[in-house]
Design a protein around this ligand. Structure first.
Ligand code: GNR
Ligand code: NI
Length: 166
């Protein structure tokens, strides 16, 4: 396994739209393993392939306390969404920035698992937030794009300054 480099906002590659996975083969299973290792090491509760500069529809999530409940979503689709919730979100691609975002409270998602088998999952609360956050990454969208233009430009400047100072 390997820890992968995570792209930092405002890297334009974060705006790439991910293509569907054609077959869940050894290459995809290795990507899933490396993404899981990268997510746990960060540490984070989710990671989209977009963030490691692979533009295919692959997501890993583990919102559990004990970090022993890895969930893998390949080619995910939200087939139902209801309600609204606000959550203070963060992102491994925008380190140090936490802002409140409004998303659906509960969703039903269809996807393929790490073994390529289709499954359906009902999610609510933090897991639902995380799935929606990761699916946005696959569409090339970062959570700060829900904020006002003023906040977005402040965050961009903060990130660019930090990259200069490193
Ligand atoms: O680690 C993460 N925490 C988090 C907290 C609130 C809402 C969403 C997230 S996802 C984030 C990891 C990440 O950037 N995934 O894309
Ligand atoms: Ni993120």
């Amino acid at each position: 396994m390997a820890i992968l480099d995570i792209l930092n906002y405002p890297d334009p590659r974060l705006h790439t739209v991910a293509a569907p996975v054609k077959t869940v083969d050894a290459r995809i299973r290795r990507l899933v393993d490396d993404m899981a290792e990268t997510m746990y090491a960060a540490p984070g509760i989710g990671l989209a392939a977009t963030q490691v500069n692979v533009h295919e529809q692959v997501i890993v999530i583990d919102t559990s306390e004990d970090k022993r409940d890895l969930k893998v979503f390949i080619n995910p689709r939200i087939v139902n969404a209801c309600g609204k919730q606000q959550y203070e979100e963060g992102c491994l691609s925008v380190p140090g920035v936490y802002e409140t975002v409004t998303r659906a409270e509960s969703i039903t998602v269809e996807a393929l698992g790490h073994d390529g088998q289709p499954f359906t999952l009902d999610a609510e609360g933090l897991l639902a937030v995380c799935i929606q956050h990761e699916m946005d990454h696959l569409l090339g969208k970062v959570f700060v794009e829900y904020l006002s233009p003023l906040k977005q430009s402040r965050i961009k400047n903060k990130m660019k300054k930090r990259q200069r100072d490193r």
